[in-house]
Design a protein around this ligand. Sequence first.
Ligand SMILES: *[C@@H]1O[C@H](CO)[C@@H](O)[C@H](O)[C@H]1NC(C)=O
Ligand SMILES: *[C@@H]1O[C@H](CO)[C@@H](O)[C@H](O)[C@H]1NC(C)=O
Ligand SMILES: *[C@@H]1O[C@H](CO)[C@@H](O)[C@H](O)[C@H]1NC(C)=O
Ligand SMILES: *[C@@H]1O[C@H](CO)[C@@H](O)[C@H](O)[C@H]1NC(C)=O
Ligand SMILES: *[C@@H]1O[C@H](CO)[C@@H](O)[C@H](O)[C@H]1NC(C)=O
Ligand SMILES: *[C@@H]1O[C@H](CO)[C@@H](O)[C@H](O)[C@H]1NC(C)=O
Ligand SMILES: *[C@@H]1O[C@H](CO)[C@@H](O)[C@H](O)[C@H]1NC(C)=O
Length: 326
Amino acid sequence: MKTLFVSLLISTLLSLSLSQELCNSQDKKVLLQIKKHFGDPYLLASWKSDTDCCTDWYQVECDSTTNRIISLTVFAGNLSGEIPAAVGDLPYLQNLVLRKLTNITGPVQPAIAKLVHLTSLRLDWLNLTGTVPDFLSQLKNLTFLDLSFNGFSGTIPSSLALLPNLLALHLDRNKLTGSIPESFGTFKGSVPDLYLSHNQLTGEIPASLGNMDFSVIDLSRNQLVGDASMLFGPNKTTNNVYLSRNLFEFNLSNVVFPSTIENLDINHNKIFGSIPPQMTQLPLQTLNVSYNRLCGQIPVGGKLQSLDSSSYFHNKCLCGAPLANC
Ligand SMILES: *[C@@H]1O[C@H](CO)[C@@H](O)[C@H](O)[C@H]1NC(C)=O
Ligand SMILES: *[C@@H]1O[C@H](CO)[C@@H](O)[C@H](O)[C@H]1NC(C)=O
Ligand SMILES: *[C@@H]1O[C@H](CO)[C@@H](O)[C@H](O)[C@H]1NC(C)=O
Ligand SMILES: *[C@@H]1O[C@H](CO)[C@@H](O)[C@H](O)[C@H]1NC(C)=O
Ligand SMILES: *[C@@H]1O[C@H](CO)[C@@H](O)[C@H](O)[C@H]1NC(C)=O
Ligand SMILES: *[C@@H]1O[C@H](CO)[C@@H](O)[C@H](O)[C@H]1NC(C)=O
Ligand SMILES: *[C@@H]1O[C@H](CO)[C@@H](O)[C@H](O)[C@H]1NC(C)=O
């Protein structure tokens, strides 16, 4: 009698705990499909059909009220193959992060277009190829888009400027060609931090970019030509500008810098004129104007004399401390 009662109690508790599984069964099915797609990898070993994806699985997160999967984050490990279409069947996903998985190949999975709640899409340090897809512009809630360190080619879709909430766009370290879209001077809402370095971008910076007040803009290591002075101006609040190793050619004497500039790297271009005296007023942490065609005396004051001479060397006729006297 007593044993019966105890075993009844135990089985009641057991079924209670089973019925209390939080994980949505459809989400679980999809996640197990994803695991199977990657060949049951060690990295996803915690994804077991008899445990609760909301409480027992790594790399995923459930919403605390709806218990739907809102985050899938896989970082550094051995997954190989393409991104499976099943990721598009996690309809409440807000964060999709696949990072440093160099055996992930193929395109940006088109089914990602279905994930309208995405705020953060980070597919970086993979081996993805193909183009940066236009459909990303439909994911209106994206605040963070990072496709850096892949093998993407083709041009940058101008439709990305339609993302109204974007705070950062990382397309650096790919093989992108063509020019910077004119539309990048018309980002509605927030002005994103813009990282386009280490690509094969050509042409001039569209004049429209002068309308933007970037906090960070990194265009280094491309083949961009012409004027870049529209990125500066007295009324901006820009902190970091990286333009090194391009073919920019403009007169630095006439540039008025935002009073907020902390890091400025313009090395290896064809920039001429002289260093404006206003530069002594800037809260500079780093400055590199080396390998250009600058001339004249380095203005005295602020941080300018405390920098290494390599910040200034290989110009046409720059002089004064920390370089040789004029
Ligand atoms: C990628 O796949 C190759 C071939 O299967 C394997 O040798 C290598 O270890 C994998 N790389 C990583 C980072 O796991
Ligand atoms: C990565 O996975 C592949 C295929 O599953 C396997 O051949 C390889 O040995 C693994 N590499 C490492 C470093 O675990
Ligand atoms: C991934 O990219 C690295 C570096 O770009 C390359 O050395 C490697 O062969 C690529 N791996 C695959 C599986 O494509
Ligand atoms: C986008 O974000 C806003 C504000 O957080 C939210 O109200 C809206 O439901 C979101 N839209 C989608 C499709 O998730
Ligand atoms: C900066 O703002 C001032 C005051 O609003 C305005 O007069 C001036 O034209 C602006 N300068 C530039 C280059 O936009
Ligand atoms: C650069 O602009 C300054 C100021 O307008 C001017 O004096 C100088 O001649 C220009 N330098 C060159 C090389 O055109
Ligand atoms: C400036 O850039 C040049 C060229 O890349 C480099 O050799 C030098 O070390 C840099 N100097 C500083 C202080 O970063």
